[in-house]
Design a protein around this ligand. Structure first.
Ligand SMILES: [Zn+2]
Length: 427
């Protein structure tokens, strides 16, 4: 392991003197393709609370074969950076900051940088993911104090090629934001299950934070549209007096896929509904579809869709190694059989109710290996409400009128599902 000493810029805050970059090794994660090459840069000796100001601008430049990525920040902040490959990315974590800089989509790539995304990774941590055009590593990382009218800047120099040195997880910034993806990081956004006899349903708004999901023709992000839909569904479900809704997220924040069904399980949910909106190169394609878990996808399109949706953790630059590999898959399979049957029943009911109320795809109920549906305990379905690549579907998703129409259809299916369950438990 060879730490690369980064010389402090003269006049830099003393607390940032000891900025080091540790080159890190390729870590094999438990999911395929996700293999990482890490370097950790630590702004030492600073533990600053969340809500630290704002990023006001992003600039990208190329010098001597290196690509410089500059973030203008309003305040001195600690930060960490590491690299991931497959696809090649650099991840920069900062305290929770407001974003006043240009959106990723608005500014094209330059040098080694193909583009970037940003968002809340967990409470207190803003993440910027820099997509690279090929292998690259952080050659230098430093902070420049305000000078000559220029604001404070965080500077990353990205050089081509991997850095194959071994890993060091050097910690600070409140032990690197309390070890980032710690499994308790994202609590359910609604409190404990209530003992008032209400059925608990988990509504999962797909994507969030640094993972925008599909991007619509007018630039709308799937993550925002499905969150708005989830909130309408919660309101309409709870208005019946029969259900208590637990959301996996109720703001623009990233939640790892597996964490989503854990939230449902911990809340005692009896049903898990994940809401998404797809995008397709065939722009005329529109309508909703409902998916349940299967090893064998019902068709190629469903398999491709599952692959796309399963990339969420990769897009957000999650270190999946902190999740144990799926041990005892036989046990999970056994438990999952009855859960899968229940999921299937609910999906069939939902398909029928949706078909009566909104536009649906042919073969509305489909199957594929969606990671978010792998709950061993809670019957789960995933709904692609429509296509953001279709102007009618996208326009619909932007209106509360459509959201209510969808929500009422969903509630009728949920009612039928629990009516059937109650009938069966009586007989
Ligand atoms: Zn999605």
């Amino acid at each position: 392991m060879t730490p690369i000493e980064v010389k402090p810029i003269s006049g830099a805050d003393t607390k940032y003197r000891a900025v080091r970059i540790f080159a890190a090794s390729a870590l094999l994660f438990c999911l395929p393709v996700v293999c990482a090459l890490c370097f950790m840069a630590v702004a030492a000796g600073s533990a600053v609370a969340a809500s630290q100001g704002a990023i006001s601008d992003i600039r990208i430049g190329v010098h001597d074969g290196r690509t410089r990525f500059v973030m203008e920040v309003s305040d001195a902040v600690p930060f960490q950076a590491f690299g991931l490959e497959d696809p090649d990315r650099i991840v920069v974590d900062l305290p929770e900051l407001d974003w006043h800089g240009p959106e990723a989509a608005a500014s094209g790539g330059r040098g080694l940088v193909a583009g970037y995304r940003h968002g809340l990774f967990k409470p207190g941590v803003t993440r910027v993911v820099i997509d690279l055009i090929g292998p690259g590593h952080v050659a230098k990382l430093f902070q420049l104090p305000p000078s000559n009218g220029a604001p404070r800047r965080l500077v990353l120099d990205i050089a081509p090629g991997k850095s194959g040195k071994s890993a060091t997880a050097s910690k600070d910034w409140a032990t690197y934001a309390a070890s980032l993806g710690s499994r308790k990081a994202s609590q359910p956004t609604t409190t404990e299950p209530q003992a008032d006899g209400k059925r608990i349903v988990t509504i999962d708004a797909g994507h969030g934070g640094v993972d925008p999901g599909a991007i619509g023709r007018s630039g709308a992000h799937e993550k925002h549209l499905v969150l708005a839909m989830a909130k309408t569904v919660r309101r309409v479900l709870e208005a019946t007096g029969r259900y208590k809704v637990v959301m996996t997220r109720d703001r623009d924040i990233f939640i790892p896929l597996r964490r989503r069904y854990e939230i449902a399980h911990e809340a005692g949910a009896e049903l898990f509904v994940s809401l998404h909106a797809d995008s397709h190169s065939r722009r005329s394609l529109r309508g909703a579809s409902v998916y349940t878990l299967s090893d064998n996808a019902s068709d190629k399109e469903a398999a491709a869709l599952a692959r796309k949706e399963n990339k969420s953790d990769v897009i957000a630059g999650t270190d999946l190694s902190e999740y144990p590999a799926e041990v005892s898959s036989i046990l999970i399979d056994l438990a999952q059989q009855s859960v899968n049957e229940e999921s299937w029943h609910f999906a069939e009911m939902l398909t029928k109710k949706l078909a009566k109320n909104i536009k649906v795809l042919r073969n509305t109920h489909r199957f594929a290996g969606f990671a978010v549906l792998k709950s061993p305990n809670v019957p789960s379905v995933l709904v692609e409400i429509g296509y953001l690549s279709n102007i009618h579907d996208e326009a619909n998703l932007r209106t509360e009128k459509f959201r209510e129409r969808f929500a009422h259809a969903l509630v009728r299916a949920v009612d039928r599902y629990f009516d059937r369950k109650e009938k069966m438990s009586r007989s």
